[in-house]
Write a protein that binds this ligand. Structure first.
Ligand SMILES: Nc1ncnc2c1ncn2[C@@H]1O[C@H](COP(=O)(O)OP(=O)(O)OP(=O)(O)O)[C@@H](O)[C@H]1O
Ligand SMILES: [Mg+2]
Length: 282
C-alpha cells in the first residue's frame, strides 16, 4: 500500500497545489506516484498538463460512485506519475456527498482500491474545510501543511489543528503531520525571517529544513503544464522541492532511502541529480 499524503491548508493561495505537483514530480523520479486533484479549480490537473472535460471520469465521479478510482486514473507526461483529475463538477461535491452513507470515508475507500499500485499518493486539497476536505483528511496517512511566509501565516492554523484533532478522535485516529513547509520565502525581508522563527517555535521539528523561496519559475511552470522539476530543474524552486522530497522520503522510508552521491539514475530530463535508491526490482 502507498503512503497517502494530503497537502492541506484552508487558507487560499499558500502554495498547496504548487507543493503537491512539485513533490509528486520530485518523488516520481524514482517512486510510483499518484496525484489526486480534489480542488474544483483543477489547478493540479492543468499543472501537470492534463486537460479534462466535464463528464469524463474525475474525482467527482469517483466520489459519487459513477466511476471507480481505476477508471479515473490517467497517466501524465511525467514518467511514474499518474493523476486522478478534477473538473469544476467538484464544486458541488459537498452537497452530493452529504446525501451518501459513510460520507466521510468515500475518498479513502476509493484510493485504498488503487493504493497497492503506488508508493505515494499525494492529494491536493481545496482551500476549505468542508466535507470534501474531511474526505481528504480521512484518506490521508499524514498531512503536509504549506504556509506562506507572510504576516498572518499562522492565522487559521488553530482551526486546521482543531479539525485534525477531531478527525483523529473519530474517522482517522492515526492521522499525523508529516511536514510543515514554508513557501514563497523572501530571505531579504526581516519579517519573512521572523515568521520562519515563529512557525519553527510553534511546530518544532515538523517544519521542513528547506524553505521554498519565492521563485518566478514556480509561478511560470503551470502555464506550460509542467512541474518545476521538468520546466526548470535547476531553478531555486525545483532544488528546494527536491530537497523537501528527500526529507519526506527519509521520514517515510528511513535514511537508506537516499543515495547521497552526485551519481545516480538521473531524471528523465537527465539534468537533476538522482538521489533515490533504486527500488528492488525496478
Ligand atoms: N514559491 C513560490 N514562488 C512564486 N510563486 C509561487 C510560489 N508558490 C506558489 N506560487 C504561486 O502562487 C499562487 C498560489 O499558489 P498555489 O496555487 O500553489 O496555492 P494554493 O494554496 O493551491 O491556492 P488555492 O488555495 O487557490 O488552491 C500561484 O500563482 C503559484 O504559481
Ligand atoms: Mg490549489
Amino acid at each position: 500500500m502507498a503512503r497517502h499524503w494530503a497537502v492541506v491548508n484552508q487558507k487560499g493561495g499558500v502554495g498547496k497545489t504548487t507543493t503537491a505537483i512539485s513533490l509528486a514530480a520530485a518523488l516520481a523520479i524514482h517512486r510510483r506516484v499518484l496525484l489526486v486533484d480534489t480542488d474544483p479549480q483543477g489547478n493540479a490537473t492543468s499543472g501537470v498538463g492534463v486537460v479534462r472535460r466535464v463528464g469524463e471520469p474525475d474525482t467527482y465521479r469517483v466520489l459519487t460512485g459513477d466511476a471507480t478510482a481505476l477508471d479515473a486514473i490517467i497517466p501524465t507526461a511525467i514518467g511514474n506519475l499518474d493523476l486522478i483529475p478534477a473538473t469544476i463538477d467538484l464544486a458541488s461535491a459537498d452537497l452530493a456527498l452529504y446525501e451518501l452513507p459513510d460520507r466521510e470515508r468515500i475518498l479513502r475507500k476509493a484510493l485504498d482500491s488503487v493504493s497497492h499500485r503506488y508508493d505515494y499518493i499525494i492529494i491536493d486539497a481545496p482551500p476549505s474545510l468542508g466535507l470534501l476536505t474531511i474526505n481528504v483528511l480521512a484518506a490521508a496517512d499524514e498531512v503536509i501543511i504549506p504556509m506562506q511566509c507572510e504576516y498572518f501565516a499562522l492565522e487559521g492554523i488553530s482551526q486546521l489543528l482543531e479539525i485534525l484533532k477531531r478527525i483523529r478522535s473519530g474517522i482517522n485516529p492515526d492521522l499525523s503531520i508529516a511536514r510543515v513547509i514554508l513557501t514563497m520565502f523572501d530571505g531579504r525581508t526581516n519579517h519573512a525571517n521572523q515568521i520562519l522563527n515563529e512557525v519553527r517555535s510553534f511546530f518544532g521539528d515538523k517544519v521542513s529544513n528547506t524553505v521554498v523561496p519565492r521563485n518566478i519559475k514556480l509561478s511560470e511552470a503551470p502555464s506550460y503544464g509542467q512541474p518545476i522539476t521538468v520546466y526548470d530543474p535547476r531553478s531555486k524552486g525545483a532544488v528546494a522541492y527536491t530537497e523537501i522530497a528527500k526529507e519526506l522520503l527519509t521520514h517515510a522510508e528511513g535514511r537508506d532511502a537516499i543515495i547521497d552521491t552526485e551519481e545516480g539514475v538521473g531524471s528523465r530530463a537527465g539534468r537533476t541529480t538522482a538521489w533515490w535508491r533504486k527500488r528492488p526490482g525496478s
